[in-house]
Design a protein around this ligand. Sequence first.
Ligand code: MG
Length: 281
Amino acid sequence: MDKWPIGVFASVDAGLGVKLEVAKELGVPTIQLHAPHAASRTKANAEAFVKRLDQLGIQLTCVFGGFEGESYADIPTVASTVGLVPPATRTSRTKELKEIADFARLLGCKVVGLHIGFVPHDTKDPLYRQTLDVTRDVCDHCAKNGQSLHLETGQESADSLLQFIHDVERPNLFINFDPANMILYGTGEPIAALKKVGRFVKSIHCKDGKWSPEPGKTWGQEVPLGQGDVGMENYLRTLKEIGYDGPLTIEREIPQEPERQKAEIGHAIRLLTDIRKKVLA
Ligand code: MG
C-alpha cells in the first residue's frame, strides 16, 4: 500500500458511512467499514463481501463496532448511551463487540475500531476501573484474532486518553484519531492533541468541524472538509511528523443526504490529494 491512500467510511446496513457502490464510484482504494447488523454478520456474507472488495480493488482497513441504542443527539446523551462505558448495556455489548471482531477476522481485517464512550476523568471512579477491565477483555479477544483495537478520539482529552491507554496495559490498544471530534466535543485543539498521542495513532479520520460557542457543553458543527477549524494542511503535516503512513479515511456524517454526502466526499478527495502531494513533496 502506498503512503496515505485515500479512504472513506462505509457501511452495509448500519452506521453512517457511504455504500460500497459509492466508494467504488469515488474511486477510493481503501475503506473502513461500520459493522453490519448482527443478522448480516454471517460467514456467507463475509465471503461475498471479501469477493466484492476484491472485484472493486478496495482494501478494508478497519471494522468499526457500533450498537443499538447509541445516540449522538447531544453530548450528555453520548455519555449515557455510547460504547462500553454505560453499565446497563456493557455485558451484552461486550459480547457483541467480540462477535464483531470475529466477523472482522472473517473479512481478513486486523483492526477493530470503537467509540468506547465517555471514560470517567477521575481514575478513582469505580466506572474507570470497570472500563479498564472491559477494555482489557476486548483487547485480549482481539489479540487472539491477531487484531488491534483502535479507540476513536473525541470524548477524551489527549492527556486522559494517554492515561487510559497506559492503565489498560495491553500492547494491541491504539488510537483512531479524528481531529474534528476533538473540536465537536470540545476536548482540545486537535493538532496539539495529535502531537501528544501520535505514537499510538494507527488509523485516522479526515473530518472537519467548527468549535461550539460553549465547547464541551454543546456540539460543535461538522462541516465539509477544508471548511472547518482543523486546518487540513497542518493536519497532514503533523501526521507526517508523527510518522503516520496509513490511510486517510474521509468521514462525512450526513447519510440522510446521500447525494450531498457523495459530492462533498468527492471534493474532500480532491482536496486531500492536492495537500498530500504538497506535504509529501
Ligand atoms: Mg470519526
